[in-house]
Design a protein around this ligand. Structure first.
Ligand code: 13P
Length: 337
């Protein structure tokens, strides 16, 4: 695989319906996931789990990139093969989460994502370890008086500063402005917050001279809040998400890969499929799911080596279903086999 330019890397990741496996859970988040299946979150267990995922047959042809956490990009499989090599052997590109998490701003409970200090040095090390793309996640909350303009501006500026530095180091930045599903807000509130965030993000990217053709956007879908009493249906989510993206995202951006954000795995697939069936856009519209790709595999695994094959089957199935959804070729009936 010889991919020389940012444009080639970004285009490859989302080619032919492929998407991204987000496996960059921090150790505390991985701990929460493992708690749900009664497995202790040790360095070895995290390695075994990810090794199992990266060796799944369904990685090939369906997954174009894998986002890793700092610990994982340094790990080797039980047989001594670097986990990065397992990923490239499957035809996927290794990526790395480079933000350093959330810090409070203001007095409403909002946050700004930090991690620009020392980022240039860290990026240089990740390039030497084979990383081809990176991720930085900004979090926007909807609630009383939120999101504030200050929170949106601070987060989108940081995303643009990060993106420029990443491109200067020869990697593709994935920019993730996540409007959280948490809360009882309506789908229209989500539209407004997402619209404002994307507008601000693309203004900042432009001001910073970020090459949009060498960038991947990882947004939330426009949905009802998870506690909203009236939940928008699949068609409404698909239409409003597309409207919001079409209003803000330049056509030259190669790929939009959604986060799943707490949606069930099937719903995340159904929404993506519905958007691709509607069409009318030039970007590839694909997935960068964490929970929606891994939930069934995690549950099947339970930390037991005798469950590895059924767990890998579960991941392979979701990867295949989401590839079909990225092509607008998924059908609910395919889930029942
Ligand atoms: P989810 O798909 O579980 O939301 O995770 C994607 C991700 O990488 C969030 O930063």
């Amino acid at each position: 695989m010889s991919l020389n330019t940012l444009e080639e890397i970004a285009t490859y990741i989302v080619s032919n319906g492929k998407g991204i496996l987000a496996a960059d859970e921090s150790n505390p988040t991985c701990g929460k996931r493992f708690d749900s299946i009664g497995v202790e979150s040790t360095e070895d267990n995290r390695r075994d789990y990810r090794e199992m995922l990266f060796r799944s047959s369904g990685m090939k042809d369906n997954i174009g990139g894998v986002i890793l956490f700092d610990e994982t990009i340094r790990q080797v499989a039980k047989d001594g093969t670097p986990l990065v090599d397992l990923i490239t052997n499957q035809g996927a590109l290794p990526g790395i989460k480079v933000d350093k998490g959330l810090q409070p701003i203001g007095d409403l409970g909002e946050t700004v994502t930090v991690g620009l200090d020392g980022l240039d040095e860290r990026l240089k090390e990740y390039v030497s370890m084979g990383a081809k793309f990176t991720k930085w996640r900004a979090v926007i909350k909807i609630g009383d008086g939120m999101p504030t303009d200050e929170c949106i501006d601070a987060n989108m500026k940081a995303l643009a500063d990060y993106a420029k530095l990443v491109q200067d180091n020869g990697m593709v930045p994935m920019v993730e402005p996540e409007v959280l599903m948490d809360g009882n807000h309506s789908i229209d509130d989500c539209y407004k917050a997402s619209d404002k965030s994307l507008k601000s993000l693309f203004d900042h990217l432009k001001n910073n001279g970020v090459n949009i053709k060498g960038t991947i956007l990882k947004p939330n879908m426009v949905t009802s809040g998870s506690d909203c009493s009236s939940q928008a249906g699949i068609d409404e989510v698909a239409r409003k998400t597309l409207d919001c993206l079409l209003a803000n995202v330049p056509a030259e951006l190669p790929g939009i890969t959604f986060l799943s954000g707490g949606q069930s795995d099937i719903l995340a697939t159904a929404h993506l499929d519905a958007m691709n069936k509607i069409g009318g856009f030039q970007w590839k519209l694909s997935f960068s799911y964490g929970r929606a790709l891994q939930a069934a595999a995690l549950k099947a695994w339970m930390g037991k080596s005798e469950n590895i094959f059924i767990s890998q089957d579960a991941l392979s199935h979701r990867a295949k279903m989401n590839k079909l959804a990225s092509l607008g070729q998924w059908d609910q009936e395919l889930e029942d086999v």
